[in-house]
Design a protein. Structure first.
Length: 366
């Protein structure tokens, strides 16, 4: 786990955000009507549609085995779960159905009370595309071949007019995202998920452009007081600055602080500085971690230009950049969504393992 840094948390968060995105945009004017018939459903049962976060989209009381749910989706499509009171049926299941991708149309839902995970949704084109994708995903996971890039590319090529396509693409590597986006239909591009994908593709291009540079842009972040700080205004005061991308939830990041502290104490008076930039989304979590760890070097929060995403495309932390006073990159050790892993190396040295030796060589050259 330490070798790969805190990538799983970032991946899970990314996928979760991608999925939740489908349920949080502006409402369309047209609603949906979902007529259901579940064999074995008792008269007077509470039937609900719940989001991933257990928010209720719609609810009703069944009449016999039938029910009708109505509502308005917050965008063209969204995934929900049918929920029943399992206590009423003395069931050990969680009372939730399989994933249901709804659309603002008339739909029908059928199935059996003892097979809630296998309900059949008719009238949603997105549900069909989701099921095809899930079958493909399950097959390759079983064969330990995920992410099966060629298969994903083939899937996208067959679904250029699917509202589910941009949702799938958000989980794919940049090279697939960039290429496939251009072939999506205008209908899909104009959807809420399509517009979010467009932002992601623009970010991919920005990260790739940065990979060809030998210096960093003068990006901004906020300090503990919430004031805006530019990275070059800090770096210009020192011969060399190590930028440390970390977060409160990243164990390897925080475990590296004692080692960084030793290097900082030894070389700070000679012109070396460290700037910690946290990827935390919640400022209190960041401040609590700083209180616990008490690092003595400069700390900032990546909540202004969001450079970890928009410039460096970081997919795993900790990540490090060593720059000089002008922002020129001396060495980098960043796992990025761009096509590069390291922008530049210094005499084959590792920023993590050889930082002290590297600084001794650099400061002799000055």
């Amino acid at each position: 786990m330490k070798k790969n840094g805190c990538s799983r948390r970032m991946l899970v968060a990314g996928i979760g955000a991608m999925l939740l995105l489908t349920n949080v945009t502006a409402q369309s004017g047209k609603g949906f009507v979902l007529k259901g018939k579940i064999d074995g459903l008792k008269d007077g049962s509470l039937v609900s549609l719940l989001s991933f976060e257990n928010d209720t989209l719609s609810k009703t009381i069944s009449k016999g085995a039938r029910f009708v749910l109505k509502g308005i989706l917050k965008q063209e499509t969204g995934f929900y779960f049918l929920s029943l009171d399992t206590a009423k049926y003395h069931s050990t299941e969680d009372g939730r159905s399989n994933t249901l991708w709804l659309v603002n149309e008339k739909m029908e839902l059928t199935g059996k009370i003892n097979s809630l995970k296998q309900l059949h949704l008719k009238g949603s084109e997105v549900q069909h595309d989701w099921e095809e994708f899930k079958n493909l995903q399950d097959r390759y996971v079983k064969e330990a071949a995920w992410p099966a890039i060629p298969a994903m590319q083939e899937y996208i090529d067959r679904h250029t007019n699917s509202l589910f396509a941009p949702i799938v693409l958000r989980m794919q590597p940049p090279e697939i995202q960039n290429k496939a986006y251009e072939h999506l239909s205008e209908r899909v591009k104009q959807s809420a998920a399509g517009q979010e994908l467009a932002k992601l593709v623009d970010r991919n291009h920005a990260v790739t452009r940065f990979a060809a540079r030998d210096s960093i842009p003068d990006f901004k972040f906020s300090d503990r007081n919430g004031d805006s700080v530019s990275i070059l205004s800090v770096a210009s005061k020192h011969k060399y600055t190590l930028i440390d991308f970390w977060a409160s939830w990243c164990g390897p990041c925080r475990a590296s602080f004692p080692k960084l502290d030793k290097v900082y104490q030894k070389f700070n008076s000679k012109g070396f500085n460290i700037v910690g930039i946290s990827l935390d989304e919640k400022k209190p979590d960041w401040l609590k971690a700083l209180e616990d760890e008490n690092p003595i070097w400069f700390q900032g929060l990546d909540n202004l230009d969001e450079v970890s995403k928009n410039i460096f495309g970081i997919k795993s932390i900790p990540g490090y950049l060593l720059i000089d006073s002008s922002g020129k990159i001396i060495q980098s050790q960043i796992r990025s969504f761009a096509v590069y892993e390291q922008i530049q190396t210094y005499k084959g040295k590792s920023l993590v393992d050889d930082l002290q030796e590297m600084l001794e060589l650099l400061l002799k050259e000055k």
